[in-house]
Design a protein around this ligand. Structure first.
Ligand code: NAP
Length: 541
């Protein structure tokens, strides 16, 4: 560590821990629980005033999970999964937060979570072999292990629109919604963006506001979620045989059971394709990913399946010109398919206007509203549903420095480089939960999180049992992994559009397909690496 670096980190009142966990979302909470079970002295530092991570911040109208609640939940404790009763097929954001609070109480995690404390810096002290952490509250923490549970979708992306500060009304980002809620009654509201957050919030904002104008840069595929109260009989049936559902999920690409169809659309007749598409439409939401096995592999199959959804959009939207604008021209599924409740029907309302900005973009924000293609629109409020600096944003916000003072952000300047998405060469005893290069955002996040937490816990236990001090990815293993992640993505249609998976939504962000496609092969690879004594990692005494 250089002299300059060491001055950044105050040496007064240092708290000494075995492990520091950054973030109190699903990842951080389970990590803390697991480290405690190992007998480690661990503590979570969380910037927010409460737990839940992305679910703490995303309180926009209509925010709910697009994976069924019976699957979007922890599975590490059978008692927990048996005792918790989900109210709806798809849990709303408040219900997810209640679940998080329940987990914290049940496993008595609260004493080791420190809220309102942002981790600002984590510097490796090479001589001591420890991480020195600096927080926004002025504390210094020394920990043997530093674990980033900072989430993939927690660093909001507000584009650098010209004139943003001049706007006289109020503006909001869906990912930083005011806790007290927002009343749009009688207001003229603009929503910028048409991704998952917009698709969920637009119908509710439209029902409340006097006038809603949606600015769409790229149309998105969306399938009705068919959310409903969860039938107690169905919940009981699932719980009686929960392992079956969980095992089925873990054996699938997305790490949750979407009832995948093994057949290829390329081998099916038009009537078979139609019937399966209709069945998926009735199942709702992301079950559409399971429609045919070649959806994300064969461009022609994808085109045919996409055509089905485009037809459905035309059936739902009365004005054919608006329906056409809302019909995506992109590859189906290369951006996350949205799950909606009355999204397309909302455009039939008299008080809703769709503005296509695919060619013009937004010129600027004016004191009164927006200027688009030279035309002025006046608003009382603007909602940015413009997404996140995904996967790397929240890690890069922390000043992480490893061996020889190297900044992680600098190392990742041309795109994130990790081994298994868990670790980065030059950063010993530093782990990332659901980092870039792991299946993470393509899967049911909680299932992926559990797999990572269990890998890290087992790894720390291994180090202790073998009297080893450090574990660190080798450069060679990391290079091979980065290449492999790209290769796998390249064999699919996932990287064929400008999605946030590629970092394409943030100007200047390197275009690298960040998540690893395929949960089961990923887990098999991790298990193989462990069985070979942590192949690809350097372990030092
Ligand atoms: P998103 O999918 O990245 O969508 C952002 C939207 O804003 C896109 O329509 C994008 O257009 C637009 N946009 C971005 N920058 C813009 C600019 N400068 N000018 C005009 N438009 C701009 O973000 P999100 O909707 O917040 O969703 C992100 C992810 O979070 C989802 O994919 C999903 O994984 C997760 N999520 C899940 C749920 C759920 O569980 N139901 C709900 C919300 C979010 P382009 O497409 O042209 O870039």
């Amino acid at each position: 560590m250089s002299a300059t670096q060491s001055t950044i980190i105050s040496k007064t009142s240092v708290r000494t821990l075995d492990a520091i966990v950054v973030g109190a979302g699903f990842a951080g909470l389970y990590m803390l629980h697991s480290l405690r079970k190992l007998g480690l002295n661990a503590r979570i530092y969380e910037a927010a005033s409460g737990p839940g991570g992305t679910w703490f911040w995303n309180r926009y109208p209509g925010a709910r999970c697009d994976i069924p609640s019976l699957q979007y939940s922890y599975q590490f404790s059978d008692d927990l999964q048996q005792e918790w009763e989900w109210a709806e097929r798809y849990a709303s954001q408040p219900e997810i937060l209640k679940y998080v609070e329940h987990v914290i109480e049940r496993f008595k995690l609260r004493p080791d979570i420190q809220f309102n404390t942002r981790v600002q810096a984590a510097h490796l002290d090479e001589a001591a072999g420890r991480w020195q952490i600096q927080t926004s509250t002025g504390e210094t923490v020394s920990a043997k292990f530093c674990i980033m549970a900072t989430g993939c979708l927690s660093s909001t992306n507000v584009p650098d629109f010209k004139g943003l500060d001049s706007f006289r009304g109020k503006f909001y980002h869906t990912g930083q919604w005011p806790h007290e809620g927002v009343d749009f009654t009688g207001q003229r509201v603009a929503v910028i963006g048409t991704g998952s957050s917009a698709v969920q919030s637009i119908p509710l904002i439209a029902a409340q506001a006097a006038q809603l104008t949606v600015f769409q840069r790229t149309a998105n595929f969306s399938v009705p979620a068919h959310n409903a109260p969860l039938d107690p009989a169905e919940q009981k049936r699932v719980k009686a045989n929960y392992d079956e559902l969980r095992t089925a999920g873990k054996n699938q690409l997305l790490a949750w059971d979407i009832d995948p169809n093994a057949k290829l659309a390329a081998d099916a007749t038009p009537a078979e394709i139609r019937a399966e598409c209709e069945r998926r439409w009735r199942m709702g939401g992301l079950y559409f990913y399971g429609v045919f096995a070649d959806l994300l592999i064969n461009p022609e199959s994808n085109r045919v399946l996409a055509e089905f959804i485009r037809d459905k959009i035309h059936e739902q939207v009365k004005d054919p010109a608006v329906a056409e604008l809302l019909s995506p021209k992109t590859v189906l599924g290369c951006k996350r398919i949205c799950a909606d409740t009355d999204y397309f029907q909302t455009y039939n309302r008299e008080n809703v206007l769709l503005v296509d900005i695919s060619k013009s973009g937004i010129d600027e924000i004016t004191p009164q509203g927006l200027r688009v293609g030279g035309r002025d629109y006046a608003f009382d409020a603007i909602v940015f549903a413009t997404g996140f600096d995904a996967m790397t944003g929240s890690i890069n916000r922390v000043d992480v420095r490893g061996r020889h003072g190297q900044k992680l952000k600098d190392k990742w300047a041309a795109g994130p480089r990790t081994y298994l998405g868990l670790s980065s060469a030059g950063f010993p005893n530093f782990f990332i939960i659901s980092g870039p290069g792991s299946p993470s955002v393509l899967t049911c996040m909680i299932t992926s999180i559990e797999q990572h937490v269990e890998f890290i816990t087992e790894c720390i236990d291994y180090l202790r049992k073998h009297r080893l001090a450090h574990i660190e990815a080798t450069v060679e293993a990391e290079n091979r992994w980065v290449e492999h992640v790209n290769e796998v993505a390249g064999s699919t249609l996932f990287n064929s559009c400008s999605s946030w998976y590629l970092g394409a939504n943030v100007p200047g962000k390197p275009r690298i397909f960040m998540p690893y496609v395929g949960f089961p092969p990923y887990v098999a690879k991790c298990n193989e690496i462990v069985a070979k004594g942590y192949e690809g990692f350097a372990l030092t005494a």
